[in-house]
Design a protein around this ligand. Structure first.
Ligand code: SF4
Length: 306
């Protein structure tokens, strides 16, 4: 990433690695570049690797996850050669960098139990270190907009930021489900005010078409996160975790990566609603979505800032 880009740090987020080993045991592949393999081999560490069909190289997995993970949850590469010798993805985790026109937005992966508990130093105190970490991340295309707000309307990035700021303020002050329902209704009324197609015609009867793969994966991961949260901190209210996770998805600009902002908002609403239903049930999710679309309270469109 370009070094001159401003870093946007979430004021409330904290993190310091406590070596839970969860990231090293996660089900994802740890990619490692050939140049890194070469460098480690020259330093005497031969890493077991596998290659994907596309030619990308990953660390092979043992019974306990990454083969470099020691019994005490420490990384063998880190222990022998230092943090900077680890594959880039290991050095970057759990930070997520989202480049946008106003700078690089920093968020955290909720797979990490320390992130779930919001423990460690505030991110705002770690700007220098995080700026250096961005250099390890491959350049991503910056989304500049205009963005599809509803199926028929677009919004510029600055307009979206005003709306997102309002949404995050509301999330901090009101129950999450009510905030999302209000926002969905607000967008719906905004669209219908200009004679647009009602949202119900776009979504509910085919709700399973709303990125079911994404929804399933996100909901499963959130359910897992809540289970872990209970294991690690029985006194923490799961609702707090859910709210923080959903806020983090918004800060990650997830709403701008869906077909429309409204579409993304519906997904978050459904995830929020579904998280209390375990195991995950697509039909219950669809029913919840229909219910919310039919019975959600109104919202004064004039309260939106555009
Ligand atoms: S290389 Fe080290 S940090 Fe990366 S996944 Fe393996 S044990 Fe964890």
């Amino acid at each position: 990433m370009a070094p001159e880009q401003a870093l946007k740090l979430p004021a409330e987020s904290r993190f310091d690695c406590r070596s839970s080993g969860r990231c090293c045991r996660a089900e994802w592949g740890i990619s490692v570049r050939p140049s890194k393999l070469q460098q480690l081999a020259e330093a005497g560490l031969m890493l077991p690797v596998v290659q994907s069909d596309g030619g990308a190289t990953y660390l092979g997995r043992g019974n306990r996850g990454c083969p470099m993970l020691g019994a005490d949850n420490s990384c063998e590469i880190h222990g022998e050669l230092g943090k900077g010798a680890k594959p880039a993805s290991c050095q970057v985790f759990p930070f997520i960098f989202t480049p946008m026109p106003d700078g690089v937005h920093v968020s955290l992966s909720y797979l990490c139990p320390t992130v779930q508990q919001n423990l460690g130093r505030p991110l705002r105190d770690r700007a220098g270190e995080l700026r250096a970490t961005t250099q390890l991340v491959e350049q991503e295309t910056v989304l500049t907009g205009p963005f599809q707000l509803t199926p028929t309307e677009t919004v510029g990035y600055s307009g979206y930021c005003l709306w997102e700021g309002r949404l995050l303020d509301e999330l901090g002050n009101r129950p999450t489900d009510k905030t999302f329902i209000s926002a969905v209704r607000g967008l719906e009324q905004h669209a219908s005010k200009f004679g647009r197609v009602p949202l119900e015609d776009h979504f509910p009867s085919q709700a399973e078409e709303i990125s079911p793969k994404w929804l399933h994966a996100e909901t499963k991961s959130l359910l897992k996160a809540i289970t872990v949260e209970r294991e690690y901190a029985a006194k923490t209210e799961p609702k707090n975790l859910t709210d923080r996770y959903l806020t983090s998805l918004i800060q990650r600009k997830l709403l701008l990566k869906q077909p429309t902002v409204l579409h993304g908002l519906l997904l978050l609403l459904v995830v929020q609603n579904t998280v209390h239903r375990s195991p995950f049930q697509p039909s219950a999710t669809v029913a919840a979505l229909e219910l919310l679309l039919t019975h959600g309270p109104g919202y004064k469109v004039s309260e939106f800032p555009w």
